[in-house]
Design a protein around this ligand. Structure first.
Ligand code: DX5
Length: 221
């Protein structure tokens, strides 16, 4: 599988979000990640559905919304309507995970299951038939610019082994501290989709930064 690079909008200049989305797509982003935070599940507040909707028609690439919120079930239709192609939820925030994943599919979106660092991979058992992507967080969710947790690499490998045994086509996305010096370890462990915020945002040439991340992931072996 060709590695995908998914810039996080969390690191963009919020005073010019629309232009930032256009620039990231032009720079070669495979899709864009919106980190949705409610100040409860994580200690930060970010994007409502209207913010995402306001940028939807500026670009044609896919949007994924990572709902780091309490009771995300109540928000699913609004983020689907806002134009998100993928919706990622964290099992700890769900009353009925199986039903929630079904609901995301019924809304026409792809299902992502987000695993915070301490969340065990066993939460994936019994639901892999409903999952399109497993997001292994390589930081504790809430903020960009954090240090990559190399201790998550064995977890990535376990998820990869679980998916391979299941026979389902499921991506493994990693998110948190992904940059040229950490992406190789995550790719080698089994990830094939890479979210990167501050590393790409800090680059003078975002297209070159995205290209280099993709090259490093593809040659990780
Ligand atoms: C944490 C966020 C960040 C963001 C990427 O909740 O999910 O991981 O997307 O930020 P960087 O690449 O700066 O760690």
């Amino acid at each position: 599988m060709q590695p995908l690079i998914v810039p996080s909008v969390l690191s963009a200049d919020f005073s010019r979000l629309g232009e930032a989305c256009v620039e990231l797509e032009r720079a070669g982003a495979d899709r864009l990640q919106w980190d949705v935070m409610d100040g409860h599940y994580v200690p930060n507040l970010t994007f409502g559905p209207e913010v995402i909707a306001s940028c939807r028609d500026l670009v044609s690439c896919e949007f994924e919304a990572q709902l780091m919120c309490d009771r995300p079930e109540e928000l699913l239709p609004r983020y689907a309507e806002a134009g998100c192609d993928w919706i990622i939820v964290h099992p700890e925030t769900l009353r009925q995970p199986h039903r929630t994943y079904q609901h995301i599919r019924e809304l026409g979106c792809r299902v992502g299951v987000g695993l915070s660092p301490a969340t065990p991979v066993m939460v994936l058992e019994h639901v892999l038939d409903l999952v399109d992507m497993v997001l292994v967080m390589t930081v504790s969710p809430g903020f960009g610019g954090q240090e990559y947790l190399v201790s998550m690499e064995p977890k990535i490998a376990r998820v990869r082994a679980m998916i391979d045994r299941s026979g389902h086509e499921i991506d493994i996305e990693v998110d948190g501290g992904i940059n040229p010096s950490t992406i190789t370890g995550a790719a080698h462990a089994g990830a094939n989709v890479f979210v990167s915020g501050s590393s790409i945002a800090a680059a003078d040439d975002q297209a070159a930064a995205i290209k280099e991340l993709r090259r490093l992931a593809a040659t990780a072996g």
